[in-house]
Design a binder for this molecule. Structure first.
Ligand code: FES
Length: 298
């Protein structure tokens, strides 16, 4: 059976919403938009933090089982690696929850299954650590601890598969503008009279959807699709040289597209603008800033 059938089935299980939606509300209340959530999502890093953090428990736990197999019994080194993984799983889980709090529908359901399996794996590894410790004190081989670790690895592998599905198939954490590219050549998108004073206008340029913002004599142009989860920035608010996303509150510098506030981790593509015979023209900037602006808007 292809595993994608399993994930298709999981995505369609609306019964999970009975648990997922209230839980999502709790996580949103515990991790509201702000510095803590931004730190956990990876806004400061310019990259989602969760995939980085999970490497520590996965590496520690895998190494422990390899030592078990190589030595033929539980060792202090393996127990310490199991313990390191258990401790490191806590910030990994928190960063995952921060990402998950901004999901809905099928992504949220797969996220519930991913988190459930990870919780089971964490419990098995915690039991493994405890069992090994008791075995060490009693001079035993720690076979039960090694078996519990292998069971944890099997469950964590399933959780990892769903985590990969969330990213690669459902696009959670992916820059939604990764494959979008506006025109390289000057392209007319609107008449200058259509652009409201101090206001925003959504336009299209080829396949790209852009946000135009007029401020005095200056016209800024950004990709309209929020890099975080794809909200139309034209439905957001423009203030202090930034546009704020209507869905989860990420703020982007209008001049550079840089992330001023998360949870987005990647900036918006920006476009050069000029006015010719009363028509606004745009073209893609050569360089795209992917980094967070540490100083905020200037
Ligand atoms: S879609 Fe989440 S901040 Fe824009």
């Amino acid at each position: 059976m292809r595993l994608t059938r399993l994930t298709d089935w999981l995505e369609a299980q609306r019964d999970i919403d009975c648990v997922g939606q209230p839980l999502n509300g709790v996580v949103q209340r515990l991790l509201p938009a702000g510095p803590v959530k931004n730190a956990l999502t990876g806004t400061w890093l310019g990259h989602p933090l969760h995939p980085v953090l999970v490497m520590v428990p996965i590496g520690s736990w895998t190494s422990a089982s390899l030592i078990d197999v190589a030595v033929g019994r539980s060792t202090t080194a393996a127990r310490r690696l199991i313990g390191l993984g258990v401790v490191a799983a806590v910030p990994s889980a928190l960063s995952g929850l921060a990402d998950w709090s901004d999901t809905g529908g099928s992504e949220q359901r797969v996220g519930v299954a991913h988190a459930t399996l990870n919780t089971v794996a964490l419990a098995l590894y915690s039991a493994s650590w405890w069992s090994r410790r008791r075995a060490e004190a009693a001079g035993g081989a720690g076979t039960a601890g090694a078996v519990l670790a292998l069971a944890g690895m099997a469950v964590a592998t399933g959780a990892g598969y769903l985590g990969g599905h969330l990213i690669y198939a459902q696009g959670v954490g992916v820059d939604t503008n990764a494959f979008h590219s506006g025109p390289d050549d000057w392209t007319t998108v609107a008449a200058i009279d259509d652009l409201p004073d101090e206001g925003a206008l959504a336009v299209t340029a080829g396949n790209a959807r852009l946000l135009l913002v007029g401020q005095g004599a200056q016209i800024w142009a950004l990709e309209n699709r929020c890099s975080h989860r794809g909200a139309p920035l034209s439905d957001g608010t423009v203030e202090d040289g930034c546009v704020t996303c209507p869905w989860h509150g990420s703020r982007f510098d209008l001049r550079t597209g840089e992330v001023v506030a998360g949870p987005a981790t990647v900036g918006q593509p920006v476009y050069e603008t000029k006015v010719v015979a009363g028509q606004i023209q745009v073209r893609r900037q050569e360089e795209r800033s992917l980094r967070t602006n540490p100083d905020g808007p200037g």
